[in-house]
Design a protein around this ligand. Structure first.
Ligand SMILES: C[S@@+](CC[C@H](N)C(=O)[O-])C[C@H]1O[C@@H](n2cnc3c(N)ncnc32)[C@H](O)[C@@H]1O
Length: 221
């Protein structure tokens, strides 16, 4: 199956949450997300714990993770349709029943679709850095997103953040440190078997350093 085998699923006017051939489309600027009520246990056909990667790009990292760790269900959330269908193509070509590509905004998915789910692990690998100061407000790692993520996490849930961008890594640390529920694993180093991605290789080839941060959710004190 090639990514191009999947055509755009609905027009802007007809947009609605739609599960199609193993991919979930989450419309933007939409106020009826609650219309989608298929539980994850039905989508994955099991109750295995859920891991999520936000900003998955072409899905290289998450497809490998889903292959290596079949005991988890994996959800890859990517806002661009052309990239999400690359994840969809990998899912079908590799026979990954435990991978759900989601085309939509991470914020929408997190606040409307996870509902009662308590995720096991969350990852954000190389989120868009928005390097200009005036654009930094568009970065995904900000307090409101972390609050949404906290609501769908449980004590012990981990959040891994990876970036090549020094200033963004400092902002990530600041945002996470300002939320007392998340504790930083100060000594963490990038595990050898972490996996790679298009942007990971791109930045390494340019000689950039990679910042790897890991946090875990604490019990309410
Ligand atoms: C720099 S790329 C990294 C892609 C991939 N993680 C990698 O390492 O190759 C960032 C990706 O995040 C997606 N993205 C940015 N903001 C998003 C959001 N709010 N929700 C979902 N995806 C988002 C972009 O479309 C892009 O594919």
């Amino acid at each position: 199956m090639r990514p191009a085998d999947l055509s755009i699923l609905f027009t802007w006017e007809e947009r609605k949450p739609l599960l199609h051939e193993g991919m979930l489309c989450v419309p933007r600027n939409y106020d009826k997300h609650e219309k989608f009520d298929i539980p994850f246990s039905e989508i994955f056909e099991n109750d295995n714990p859920i891991c999520i990667e936000f900003c998955s790009g072409n899905g290289e990292w998450i497809a490998r993770a889903a292959t290596l760790y079949p005991e988890y269900n994996w959800i890859g959330v990517e806002k661009k349709f052309t990239r999400t269908r690359q994840i969809w193509s990998k899912k079908h070509n590799l026979g990954l029943k435990n991978l759900l590509p989601v085309c939509g905004m991470a914020e929408d998915f997190c606040s409307h679709y996870l509902k009662e789910t308590r995720i096991e692990k969350a990852y954000v690998n190389f989120p868009d850095p928005w390097p200009k100061n005036s654009h930094a407000k568009n970065r995904i790692i900000q307090a409101p997103f972390i609050e949404m993520l906290t609501k769908v996490s449980k004590p012990g849930t981990t959040l891994t953040l990876v970036t090549d961008h020094q200033k963004y890594s400092e902002q990530m640390m600041k945002v996470m440190n300002s939320n007392e529920r998340w504790q930083s694993d100060e000594d963490c180093i990038l595990p050898e078997d972490y996996g790679t991605s298009y942007f990971n290789r791109l930045w390494l080839d340019l000689g950039k350093s990679i910042h790897y941060m890991k946090f875990s959710l604490q019990e309410v004190s």
